[in-house]
Design a protein around this ligand. Structure first.
Ligand SMILES: Nc1ncnc2c1ncn2[C@@H]1O[C@H](COP(=O)(O)OP(=O)(O)OP(=O)(O)O)[C@@H](O)[C@H]1O
Length: 302
């Protein structure tokens, strides 16, 4: 469980009034779930996400990940705790003068994996999870946006995190590539039980991925609901974003799975878009991929 307890984050802004980016937010995110955080620009979504790994230290409140209160740790404790929390960004944040493999190895080096062979093996394993083993010797500039984000996901996974924080991970991608990246995130959540927290302003991303939704406005979480609620007759969200999600049709991935009892409902509008564009290579290679995942798990991914 990730538990944010009365978290606030205020930025000084010179002579002007301080900016309250996050205002007394409490949020519980169950292990293994996908939490969507949605809101308009400037609502405080990214700051709240960065509060979870203390990339932005809250000015008040507590952040708990599992049994550990991150806000109570010293620098060394926090450094170690952060290995449990991977993060990906809209701009990918790869190191341009390192190859794909070296980029992933670097995160293991920072995580204190001293043995070079082990670093290389674990980096290669992580790259396998996102099916990008053919690009290990390439540099970021030689990759498409979607490939860069997949490398960033591999880099985040290499340290075997329990939590993956995603800050607008698909905002820089076209719809086709977005769908592929979302599929990887869904797979990683399902197969490894990694808790995913995703900040976005894209309704499609929420519909395709989230189990639970938090709507932010002016630093506050003003509405929370399970994505499945969007399918329930009579569900009446109070925020404009919530109402939009309802009026836009009930094409929520997890809710669709529940409603149809048969899993993912590819006929739902919106989901169709998501499903159709999933990389066909991944659909066709289910069996070998499964073995690969097991190998990775045996290798200690979890
Ligand atoms: N380092 C900072 N210093 C000062 N103000 C900041 C800083 N980071 C964010 N802010 C301010 O805090 C508020 C919330 O910003 P934040 O980036 O968290 O919002 P957001 O919902 O993620 O927005 P967007 O969708 O545009 O990225 C904004 O007013 C922003 O200008």
């Amino acid at each position: 469980m990730i538990s944010l307890r009365r978290v606030s984050t205020t930025f000084a802004s010179g002579a002007k009034e301080p900016i309250v980016a996050v205002d007394d937010v409490s949020l519980e995110i169950p292990d293994g779930s996908i939490q969507g955080i949605i809101g308009f620009s400037g609502a405080g979504k990214s700051t709240l996400l960065r509060n979870i790994n203390l990339l932005e230290r809250p000015t008040a409140g507590q952040v708990w990940v599992g049994d550990t209160e991150l806000t109570g740790l010293n620098a060394e404790g926090l450094r170690r705790a952060r290995h449990q929390i991977g993060m990906i960004f809209q701009g990918f944040n790869l190191v341009n003068n390192l190859t794909v493999l070296q980029n992933v190895e670097l995160s293991l080096k920072f995580a204190g994996v001293k043995d070079k062979t082990q670093r290389r093996r674990r980096a290669a394993e992580a790259l396998e999870i996102v099916d990008i083993t053919d690009k290990t010797k390439n540099y970021p500039a030689q990759l498409s946006g979607g490939q860069k984000q997949r490398v960033a996901i591999a880099r985040a996974l290499a340290t075997k995190p329990q939590v993956l924080l995603c800050d607008e991970p698909t905002s820089a991608l076209d719809p086709f590539t977005t769908a592929t990246v979302l599929q990887y995130l869904a797979d990683i959540n399902t197969e490894f039980g990694i808790t995913v927290v995703i900040v976005t302003h894209e309704m499609e991303v929420i519909k395709a991925l989230a189990d639970n939704v938090a709507v932010m406005e002016q630093g506050r979480v003003v509405e929370k609901f399970a994505a499945a609620e969007l399918c329930r007759e009579g569900f009446a969200p109070t925020t404009s974003i919530g109402r939009y999600l309802v009026s836009d049709g009930i094409s929520v991935r997890r809710a669709g799975a529940e409603a149809s009892q048969g899993g993912f409902d590819p006929t739902a509008e919106g989901v169709q878009h998501y499903d159709r564009h999933v990389d066909p290579v991944r659909r066709d290679s289910a069996a070998p991929r499964e073995n690969k995942i097991f190998a990775a798990v045996e290798g200690g991914l979890r």
